[in-house]
Each structure stands twice: as C-alpha cells, then as structure tokens.
Design a binder for this molecule. Structure first.
Ligand SMILES: [Zn+2]
Ligand SMILES: [Zn+2]
Length: 171
C-alpha cells in the first residue's frame, strides 16, 4: 500500500550558477533532514549504506534498478546490502518502486522528497527518465485526470504520467 504524504512545494528554480550551487546544497541538506525524520519516526537507523542510496537516488535523473544503483555507487556498498537498504527505505515511504519496461523494478525517491514529476520510458533499452513539466501543462494534465475520473465516478488524489517510446539513444 502506497502512503500519501503531505505535498511539498516544488524546488525553487535557481537564477544564477552561484545561487544554483547554494540551492542544490540547501536542497540536499533539507532532503537529508526529511529522510532522517521519517526514518526516526519509523524507528529505523539512517546507516551509512542507506545514506549513500538516498544520495545516489537524489542525484539520479530517473528511477534506478538495484544493479544500476550499484554501478553508480561502486563497490563500497555490496549488492546484498543495497537490496536490504532499498527494502527498508521503501517500507518507510522514502523510496518507491517503479515497475517499468522489461519488468525490471527501478527505485526512486518518493514525490514528497523529490517533487512531482512524470516519466519517459524507453521501450527498447528500458531506460526511465524523470521529466518535470511547466505548471501550465500540469494544469492541463490535472484537468484531464479530473474529467476522466469524474466519468468513472472516481475521486482522484494524484496521478503519474508514463510516456512510452524511444529515448534519444534508441531512435
Ligand atoms: Zn532507449
Ligand atoms: Zn503531473
């Protein structure tokens, strides 16, 4: 069962490179605190291995499989401990699984940590990339979701858009 945590405002858009650096640093610290708090609430220790997984996912531009994460992180965290960390973080609602192309499970930070976004899914190589859309387009998506739901007597409280196709490497 997926938890529905309170919605957080999207990240501020940096206007200068220096400000961008400060914002990235500020955002990383904020993320760190939020994850720490969530794990504490669940009586889970924020071990070094779990920290490395969260940091690596925060730097990813899309959901990552355990094998891909292992490649990103390197041998400092063994694959078995990576799987355990992902399971624990998923249980705490910090990480959510994405069941994408080729039945590979990829993981990403939950939207209450990473901000609302959608996915581009390559049907050839299986790569999944995050995509954030401008608020005006998001309004259109929300309207569409409300119309579709209303016709089915359903009360929507969120959505996730998956765009399937070929990535730039596969076209
Ligand atoms: Zn591809
Ligand atoms: Zn959306």
């Amino acid at each position: 069962m997926r938890q529905v945590p309170p919605h957080l405002p999207p990240r501020a858009r940096p206007s200068t490179p220096l400000q961008a650096e400060l914002n990235v640093e500020g955002h990383a610290r904020q993320l760190e605190r939020q994850v720490e708090q969530r794990l504490r609430d669940n009586d889970i220790r924020y071990t070094r291995g779990r920290r490395v997984v969260v940091e690596s996912l925060a730097e990813s531009d899309g959901p990552r499989s355990a094998a891909e994460l292992s490649g990103d992180i390197g041998p400092s965290v063994p694959l078995s401990s990576l799987y355990r960390s992902l399971a624990v973080l998923e249980q705490a609602g910090v990480v959510i699984p994405h069941h994408g192309a080729r039945t590979i499970t990829r993981y990403e930070l939950a939207e209450w940590l990473s901000g609302h976004h959608h996915h581009l899914v390559c049907s050839n190589c299986g790569f999944v990339e995050d995509v954030e859309i401008p608020e005006s387009q998001e309004d259109q998506v929300r309207k569409l979701v409300e119309d579709i739901s209303a016709a089915a007597a359903f009360s929507p409280n969120g959505h996730a858009l998956e765009i399937e196709g070929l990535c730039s490497q596969c076209t």
